[in-house]
Design a protein. Structure first.
Length: 353
C-alpha cells in the first residue's frame, strides 16, 4: 500500500506506480491511498490527470487542519484501510503529516514500512517536517536513501539495518517527464504569458508563511529587487498568509495559481534562476542546472550548497539582495543523486524483501 497526501508525494509516487503496473505487474501489486492532505484541485487532481498516475483506490478526504487534528484523522482513516486490506508493506514518502500517519498506523499493526527519502535531516527539531521524517525513519524496516549524507545521518541515530542508498527518485521523475515533453508526448500550457527572462519563486513552508516577520522580510526584499522579473505559482496556504499579513508582491512578480507538473518543469527549464523554500524544488533547480537561492536557514540537501549551486539566505533581506547580485553557474555539476534508476532499485529490494 502506497500512502500519499501532498503534491511532492504525487510526483514521487508516479514513478514507482508506473513501474509497478508496467514492469512489475507479475510480481507486485499496489493499493494507492490518498489521505486528502492536499485537496485543492490545482494541488491534487491535476497531478493525477497529467502524470499518468493511476487514480487513488481511496481518498480519505482529510483536508486541512491543525497538525494534531489532521494527523489524528489520518491515523484513524489509514488504520481502517490497513485492517481492511492487510497489505504486506506500507510505503511512505518524504516528510508530511501523511508520511507520519502512514508510518505510525502501519507500525502499530506490525506491518513493515518502507520510507522513501529516508535519512534527510535539517537538524531543526522544531520543524514539523523534521519531526515527521525522524519518526518515520525510526519506524521503518526499509529505508531508501537518496544520498550518502542521508545514510550517515541514519548511522548517527543508530539505524543500520534495512538502509539502502538508491539515488533520488525525483531525478528519475525529472528525466522521465522531461523526456515526454521533449518528444512531444506531453505539453506544458501556461495559463499566463511568461516574460522573456524571469526567476521562478516558490514559497510555502510554515517557518516562512506562519511567521509574519519572516514573511514580511522576504516579500519586502523581493519587492525591492524590481529589476528582476519573477513568476510565483502561489500555494493556497501562502495566499492566505499573505492576505492575513496585509502583504502583496510588486508588479514585477507575477503571482499565479498553482501550475501542473509539466508547467512547473517548463518554468524551471526556462527561468534564469530559482528562489524557493522547497526541498524538492532545490533539487529540481540542480537537475536543470539553475542557480538556487533558498529561503531557509538550513537545507537537507547540503551537497547542493557545498558545490556552489545553492545559496542559503533564510529570511534575511541583506542576504537575499546579495545572493541576487552574486548569481553564477559553478564550473562543475556532480552526480549526487544517482543515475535515474532509483525506482528500479527500490522495487527490486521490495520484491526480494
Amino acid at each position: 500500500m502506497t500512502i500519499v497526501g501532498a503534491r511532492p508525494q504525487f510526483i514521487k509516487a508516479a514513478v514507482l506506480s508506473r513501474l509497478i503496473r508496467e514492469r512489475y505487474r507479475d510480481s507486485l501489486s499496489e493499493y494507492l491511498l490518498h489521505t486528502g492532505q492536499h485537496y485543492d484541485p490545482n494541488m491534487s487532481d491535476i497531478f493525477f490527470n497529467q502524470m499518468r498516475i493511476p487514480r487513488p483506490d481511496r481518498n480519505l478526504g482529510i483536508g486541512s487542519s491543525n497538525h494534531g487534528r489532521q494527523t489524528a484523522a489520518m491515523l484513524s482513516g489509514i488504520e481502517e484501510v490497513l485492517l481492511e486490506r492487510g497489505p504486506d508493506l506500507v510505503l511512505v514518502y518524504g516528510d508530511t503529516n501523511s508520511t507520519l500517519a502512514g508510518a505510525l498506523a502501519a507500525a502499530k499493526l506490525n506491518i513493515p514500512v518502507a520510507h522513501v527519502e529516508a535519512g534527510m535531516r535539517s537538524f531543526v527539531r522544531s520543524m514539523p517536517e523534521e519531526q515527521n521524517r525522524v519518526v518515520a525513519d525510526h519506524l521503518s524496516s526499509l529505508l531508501f536513501c537518496s544520498t550518502t549524507a542521508a545514510v550517515r545521518n541514519l548511522e548517527r541515530e543508530g539505524i543500520l539495518g534495512g538502509v539502502h542508498q538508491v539515488g533520488d527518485i525525483m531525478y528519475d521523475a525529472s528525466l522521465f517527464y522531461r523526456g515526454l515533453l521533449e518528444r512531444g508526448e506531453e505539453k506544458a500550457e501556461l495559463p499566463f504569458p511568461a516574460p522573456k527572462e524571469f526567476y521562478l519563486l516558490t514559497l510555502h513552508r510554515a517557518e516562512n508563511t506562519d511567521n509574519p516577520e519572516r514573511l514580511r522580510a522576504i516579500v519586502t526584499a523581493l519587492n525591492g529587487l524590481s529589476e528582476y522579473r519573477g513568476i510565483f505559482p502561489a500555494h493556497p496556504r501562502t495566499r492566505k498568509a499573505l492576505s492575513g499579513a496585509g502583504l502583496q508582491f510588486g508588479k514585477h512578480i507575477l503571482v499565479t495559481e498553482p501550475v501542473g507538473f509539466f508547467e512547473m518543469l517548463h518554468l524551471e527549464e526556462r527561468c534564469r534562476f530559482i528562489v524557493t523554500d522547497s526541498g524538492g524544488v532545490q533539487k529540481e533547480a540542480f537537475f536543470f542546472g539553475k542557480p538556487c537561492i533558498t529561503l531557509r536557514n538550513e537545507t537537507e540537501w547540503v551537497e547542493t550548497v557545498e558545490s556552489g549551486w545553492n545559496t542559503l539566505v533564510g529570511a534575511d533581506a541583506d542576504k537575499i539582495r546579495k545572493a541576487f547580485g552574486n548569481l553564477h553557474l559553478p564550473p562543475t555539476k556532480p552526480s549526487f543523486y544517482g543515475r535515474g534508476d532509483a525506482a528500479v532499485k527500490m522495487l527490486e529490494i521490495i520484491k526480494g524483501a
